[in-house]
Design a protein around this ligand. Structure first.
Ligand code: AMP
Ligand code: GLY
Length: 411
């Protein structure tokens, strides 16, 4: 099987690595990829959000499966174009990807499907926003209605800051604050059937102790020893299956991964957000544990045959990933610094996945905010965490920063 992966982050490196390990796979291609992905896939300089260019590349390569990593190509209709050309594609249509692309659409779907989530109001004018802030109280949660690459949400006790954020966004969703630990659950979907992967936890804030600005995610781990035993079953029954049925009933069946971001509140798991793609960096740890060959599984989603696929299997033990970010991330990151020490991380219990890296001659240099993530593995979360941090200690990147408390709760 020939597989083409679209995207260039740590998630895509993890996807390509797992796909390359599937005995059914003969070739892994990635567009555009990064310096790390180049170790496991053939790179192609194609713009990920260009439906015609991606479809042409899939045709030229004779791809049997296209896997779309990030949200921007999905929202741009890349999956629709690839499917129209007759190539199986893992990733929702532009219409179904609105579940991530528009917060108000996601809320509307959740309301119709009876999915537990924060009460909310969609607001356009400052008066509407002020009234919604008043209604839900502090902490205020204000979300840009459109895609904002992880920068669209403000959670604050400062009313002026909440109003300012709303003014810069235009259309916002204001909602009730959900209290409780956050969990990421990925459900693989083929339009009608959904199969959950093992839950993971991300750490969204930039600094230790969940302080500082929101980021795309600074580290993750799986499994979650502290999570309720019925968590996955409950979220499948209350959230995933009703949502998949709702979208199918609307004539926009969901094919791909439905990423459910949850808060485990005192009244049960509630949806914070849906994403139309795998989470980054949660994917790095979930795929590390997944033993079921990935290409066959994603192809079953793309071809509507997930119902007969059979149960998934996992490696025992745990995985922890720690993101090494460039100077100034999540602000405009400093790029072009040489990354050193990667060759020293070749043990059995840790490895590096690249996110924002490029080649400069023989050197790997930073080319984005989250530069790489180190995955540590072990018999339990504490051991995996120790392995990850031992390896992070070997990475040398001028000005870089990482959190030192990833998976602390899990360990
Ligand atoms: P999102 O982009 O929707 O994932 O939001 C980013 C982060 O903001 C989430 O991971 C949460 O930490 C926080 N957040 C979003 N919505 C809420 C909410 N209703 N209550 C509490 N925290 C939230
Ligand atoms: N790690 C959270 C996300 O991918 O949005």
């Amino acid at each position: 099987m020939r597989v083409l992966v679209i995207g260039s982050g740590g998630r895509e490196h993890a996807l390509c690595r797992s796909l390359a390990a599937d005995p059914q796979v003969t070739e892994v291609h990635c567009a555009p990829g990064n310096a790390g992905v180049a170790q496991v896939a053939t790179l192609h300089p194609v713009v990920a959000t260009d439906p015609a260019a991606v479809t042409r590349l899939a045709g030229e390569l004779g791809a049997d499966l296209v896997v779309i990593g990030p949200e921007a190509p999905l929202v741009a209709g890349v999956a629709d174009a690839v499917r129209r050309a007759g190539v199986p594609c893992f990733g929702p249509s532009a219409e179904a990807a609105r579940i991530e692309g528009s917060k108000s659409f996601a809320k509307e779907v959740m309301t119709s499907a009876g999915v537990p989530t924060a009460r909310s109001r969609t607001c356009v004018t400052p008066e509407e926003t002020a009234a919604a802030l008043e209604e839900f109280g502090t902490p205020y949660v204000v979300k840009d209605d459109g895609l904002a690459a992880g920068k669209g949400v403000v959670v604050t006790d400062d009313r002026q800051e909440a109003l300012r954020h709303a003014a810069t966004c235009g259309r916002v969703v204001v909602e009730e604050f959900l209290d409780g630990p956050e969990v990421s659950l990925f459900a693989l979907c083929d339009g009608s059937t959904a199969v959950p992967l093992q839950p993971a936890q991300d750490h969204k804030r930039a600094y230790d102790g969940d302080l500082g600005p929101n980021t795309g995610g600074m580290g993750a781990y799986t499994p979650l020893p502290w999570a309720p035993a019925d968590l996955t079953g409950r979220v499948m029954a209350e959230t995933v299956i009703p949502t998949v049925n709702e979208l199918a009933g609307r004539g926009t069946p969901y094919t791909g991964v439905l990423f459910v971001g949850l808060a485990l509140t005192s009244s049960g798991p509630k949806v914070i957000e849906f994403n139309a793609r795998f989470g980054d960096p949660e994917t790095q740890v979930v795929l590390d544990r997944l033993q079921t060959p990935l290409a066959g599984l994603l192809l079953a989603c793309a071809t509507g045959t997930l119902g007969g696929f059979g149960p998934l299997s996992y490696r025992e033990g745990a995985a922890v990933t720690v993101v090494v970010a460039a100077e100034n991330y999540p602000g405009e990151p400093v790029r072009g610094d040489v990354v050193e020490g990667l060759c020293d991380i070749a043990g059995d219990d840790a490895y590096v996945l690249h996110s924002g890296t490029v080649f400069d001659g023989d050197h790997v240099v930073s080319g984005g905010g989250r530069v790489l993530s180190v995955v540590g593995t072990g018999p339990d979360v504490a051991a995996a965490r120790a392995a990850a941090y031992r390896a992070v200690g070997r990475v040398r990147l001028r000005g870089s920063h990482h959190r030192t408390d990833i998976a602390g709760r899990g360990a």
